[in-house]
Design a protein around this ligand. Structure first.
Ligand SMILES: [Zn+2]
Length: 410
């Protein structure tokens, strides 16, 4: 990911915010942070992306701790809480951890829905022993998924301190880490914070810059670093009361589960998925009781697989948006368990796939939609102007989409 040199971004933010003049520029990309500028979108969309990155990305976190021995000064609960907050490597997790623990068909936990970590430490010397995340070992070890994350800075490789032990004290425990999202608990958030700023000169007066009488507001409120990307307004410039913000300066600060650039793309994926669900929900509602023929799809599993391509549940009916003339959402793979929202290949009859490139086939996450699948999708009366979800064999059959996680607390 390489950004353009600063000079190439016009000093004036685009006058449009509908995406017609969209520009993106990465201004800084490090192991744990990504600064970028998104240009030409609406404030609401910019904020949706921010919130999506904070709370709608799947990661792994410790959810259960079985304590066999703890003679340290920390109570069990506190130790468990500290363990829960440890960032665990979640890169490529979607290929290994297919299910949310709650929805998995196992009794308690299994390799499809969890990873297991163990910690065994005993202090035998007279000096204090530090127990860190380096002592937390992955059981089984199919891959690095679930390993405690390390700092990208090679000078900071000591691990995160969990507890200190004096001579004779001991900790021996077993942790079950499962997949989740920060909507449920902040420990699953891949970011410490995602901020964005717009209008660094406060031309639009969205911010009330308070200052003490007798002081100079310009000294009290120095222009942020992002001011260098915009033209400094003159004092004589009229107040642009019609103008809306259209350029956003993001600051994504990763915790360690995922790389910052991956967080941005996954945040976008999550947002696209939500939009798809909204669209689907609306279609389902408006089609209720309508004359549309129901095409039973042949199911498809509860897809949890976030894999590219038409993974499973290519129903034989479902949402075969029959003669969809308009560009169909999703090519071959259908929307629900059926496969991908946005497929790898443009669907036969579906025409131009909407396909966000090789994006995941979003299957079910826990969801309202999850129960909708199974027997197959809802038939969309063909021929309409509505673009069919999924092309010919796309089939929105089965499984059913994800999402539907209660209220967004952010
Ligand atoms: Zn399981």
């Amino acid at each position: 990911m390489q950004g353009m040199p600063v000079g190439e971004l016009p000093m004036q933010p685009p006058a449009t915010y509908d995406g017609a003049d969209l520009r993106v520029k990465i201004t800084e990309l490090k192991g744990d942070r990504c600064h970028f500028i998104l240009d030409g979108v609406h404030l609401g969309l910019a904020n949706s992306l921010r919130r999506s990155m904070i709370s709608r990305i799947d990661t792994l976190a410790i959810d259960q701790v079985q304590i066999h021995e703890n003679s340290s000064v920390l109570p069990d609960e506190m130790l468990a809480h500290r363990l829960g907050m440890v960032p665990l490597n979640s890169e490529g997790m979607e290929k290994q951890i297919l299910n949310y623990n709650k929805e998995c068909d196992c009794d308690q936990y299994c390799p499809k829905c969890s990873v297991v970590l163990t910690l065994s430490a005993k202090c035998v010397s007279s000096s204090t022993m530090e127990v860190t995340t380096k002592d937390l070992l992955l059981e089984g070890g199919i891959s690095d998924v679930g390993k405690p994350a390390t700092n990208p800075d090679p000078k900071l490789q000591d691990g995160i301190l969990l507890a200190k032990l004096a001579k004779g004290q001991e900790i021996n425990l077993r942790c079950i880490a499962v997949k989740g999202r920060a909507l449920e608990h902040a420990k699953w958030s891949p970011v410490a914070a995602v901020g964005f700023e717009y209008d660094p000169y406060n031309k639009l007066k969205h911010t009330d810059l308070w200052f003490e009488v007798g002081t100079d507001p310009k000294d009290e409120w120095p222009v942020s670093e992002n001011g260098k990307y915009e033209k400094k307004p003159e004092d004589t410039d009229p107040f642009p009361y019609n103008e809306k913000p259209s350029r956003f300066y993001y600051d994504v600060e990763a915790v360690g589960q995922l790389k910052p650039e991956e967080i941005v793309t996954k945040g976008l994926d999550a947002l696209i998925l939500q939009m798809g669900q909204l669209r689907q929900g609306l279609l389902d509602l408006t089609n209720q009781g309508g004359p549309g023929p129901m095409h039973p799809g042949d199911g498809g599993q509860d897809g949890m697989m976030m894999d590219a391509g038409p993974v499973f549940g290519v129903g034989d009916g479902g949402y075969a948006g029959a003669p969809a003339t308009a560009g169909a959402y999703g090519g071959a793979p259908g929307y629900g368990g059926g496969g991908g929202y946005g497929g790898a290949t443009p669907g036969g009859m579906g025409g131009q796939g909407y396909g966000p490139p090789p994006v995941p086939a979003y299957g079910a996450s826990p969801a309202h939609f999850a129960n909708q699948g199974g027997a197959g999708g809802y038939g969309q009366p063909g021929g309409g102007r509505t673009p069919g979800y999924g092309g010919a064999n796309g089939a929105q059959g089965g499984g059913g989409g994800g999402g539907g996680w209660g209220d967004d607390p952010w």
